[in-house]
Design a protein around this ligand. Structure first.
Ligand code: SAM
Length: 233
């Protein structure tokens, strides 16, 4: 599709490491997450065998692969071909025929078929600057049915600007010593400096403005991560 000259190339903001097959091969060891709690939460909210689910910024597919046995259709969307190759290989290995892999981004994924009942996104929205986050949230609202649920996790700053220095420093003090074990100080510094984590008090009005009711907002004690359960109104 022809896009205007002011439209961004999502790959430019995607984080070069996410496009690197060597890095992707180590991703799950470095930043494995347990999808069980989210799966339980979404199943409590009605996710079942008829549900259509979209995972935006699916990475290696931790959530998409976990939800596949419980829903009708799961679409794993990511801008990184290397990430998607991992998801595809795992889905084939596990014999999931209801898992689709789509090479696209928050701003370009075109949802087809029945509207989604659930959209999931973990630690990916911060790749977009705020203007584009709002447009991405609007697009997510459009792909969800009324009453559909967005479960959103991200690195979100739940503090005031005056607290930025000491809160970021306290967070960085807890960084991993070795990159193979988790996020190092240098990696987190790069995140703060070059990526687009925003304040909770900016993101939350964006969610409301694009058609969501925030049913629950959870902040980690570090106040650098947030998780939201939002319902499309
Ligand atoms: C930190 S990883 C998180 C992956 C996975 N959701 C998880 O929780 O493990 C961020 C992912 O977002 C993807 N990404 C970056 N920019 C994106 C965009 N504009 N649209 C969709 N995915 C994007 C990257 O390729 C990467 O796979």
């Amino acid at each position: 599709m022809q896009r205007p000259g002011w439209f961004p190339d999502e790959l430019v903001h995607a984080g070069a490491e996410h496009l690197d097959p060597a890095y992707v091969a180590t991703y799950d060891r470095k930043s494995a997450t347990d999808p069980t709690e989210d799966l339980t939460l979404l199943r409590d909210l009605g996710l079942g065998e008829d549900s259509v689910v979209v995972d935006l910024g699916a990475g290696t597919g931790t959530f998409a692969l976990a939800v596949a046995p419980f829903c009708r259709r799961i679409v794993a969307v990511d801008v990184s071909p290397a990430m998607l190759a991992t998801v595809r290989a795992q889905a084939e290995r596990l014999g999931f025929t209801n898992l689709e892999v789509v090479h696209a981004g928050f701003l370009t994924y075109e949802h087809r078929g029945d509207r989604a009942d659930f959209v999931y996104s973990r630690n990916a929205l911060h790749h977009l600057p705020d203007f584009w986050k709002a447009l991405a949230l609007e697009r997510i609202a459009d792909m969800l049915r009324l009453g559909g649920v967005l479960r959103l996790h991200d690195l979100v700053f739940a503090f005031d600007p005056a607290e930025a220095g000491r809160t970021i420093e306290a967070w960085l003090r807890g960084a991993s010593a070795r990159p193979e074990d988790g996020w190092t100080r240098a990696e987190l510094e790069t995140h703060v400096r070059e990526e687009y984590s925003t304040f909770s008090w900016l993101l939350e009005p964006m969610l409301e403005h694009t058609g969501f009711d925030i049913r629950e907002a959870q902040y980690r004690p570090s106040r650098t991560y947030a998780a939201y359960t939002c319902v499309k109104r």
